[in-house]
Design a protein around this ligand. Structure first.
Ligand code: ADP
Ligand code: MG
Length: 259
């Protein structure tokens, strides 16, 4: 039976000793992690630490080798992606999943229609109700793309594509938004805009962010987890993580951190 209190101190996501092996290689080794509802939680760590693999286990694109994944106290370990989306888990991926030939508006509208339970077969912009169109426009406004709605997704800049991906993810009404290196390849101006966008998301949307741009991480995050070689190293406040000697050697020591 599930009977949760919906205050902002309960854990929205809980990973219990999740492992993911590829053959004999342990990409993730018994990682446990709790993400509080309403958190702005960042995961950092060098390339190959297992961060994207971890997101795969959370979103359901990748099955666990061992361990369990709980969303709002419910065990979702064996649930397929779409069932997890139904529970409020939304991901944007390192490799874009946009429909490049469709317009910006159509990309968001498609996600809005899907959320409303309308199938993909033969959908058209003309089939959308005014309410759904309005919601798509509102989402584009939220991510800062209102003027680009008629442009094909392929014509967007790299940064704009990332903004559109966030709009598509928000269309599913997520409670947990997974962002995998959203600032990768962005210009400083685009990164700044994206940081503002994420900071402005409503508190009901819990954000779990993988990011290499540590300035962005330390600006946004209230909680930071450091991973290294498939293991959970430390989770704490940004200050605690910055101060951790373990982190210094494993990660920050090899990366320039501006203060
Ligand atoms: P990160 O996102 O932290 O850079 P990943 O989760 O992408 O790390 O990868 C963690 C490790 O798992 C890496 O060594 C990577 O090569 C390996 N890996 C990821 N996916 C696969 C796969 N499908 N098959 C084999 N090895 C994989
Ligand atoms: Mg990755």
């Amino acid at each position: 039976m599930t009977d949760h209190d919906h205050d902002h101190s309960h854990s929205l996501l809980e990973l219990r000793q999740v492992s993911r092996h590829f053959g004999s290689f342990r990409a993730l080794d018994e990682v446990s992690l709790t993400v509080r509802a309403g958190a702005r939680h960042a995961i950092i760590g060098p390339n190959g630490a297992g961060k994207s693999t971890l997101f795969g286990l959370i979103s359901g694109t990748l099955p666990v080798t061992a361990g369990s994944v709980l969303v709002d106290g419910k065990d979702v370990t064996r649930l397929p992606v779409h069932r997890r989306v139904g529970l409020g888990v939304a991901a944007t991926f390192q490799h874009s999943s946009l429909f490049m030939r469709e317009s910006v508006l159509e990309n968001v509208l498609l996600a809005v229609l899907r959320r409303a339970g309308k199938g993909l077969g033969g959908w058209r912009k003309a089939d959308a109700r005014p309410k759904e169109l309005a919601r798509a426009h509102a989402l584009l406004e939220r991510v800062g793309l209102p003027a680009r709605h008629e442009v094909a997704a392929a014509a967007l800049s790299h940064g704009e594509r990332r903004q559109l991906e966030v709009a598509v993810a928000l269309a599913t009404d997520p409670r947990l938004l997974l962002l995998d290196e959203p600032a990768a390849g962005m210009s400083p101006a685009e990164t700044a805009r994206l940081t503002e966008l994420i900071a402005a998301l409503p508190g009901e949307v819990t954000v779990l962010l993988i990011e290499h741009d540590l300035d962005m991480v330390f600006e946004l995050a209230d909680t930071v987890t450091v991973m290294h070689l498939g293991r959970h190293l430390v989770t704490g406040s940004p200050d605690e993580v910055r101060a951790s000697a373990e982190v210094q050697t494993a990660y920050l020591g090899s990366v320039e951190v501006s203060s």
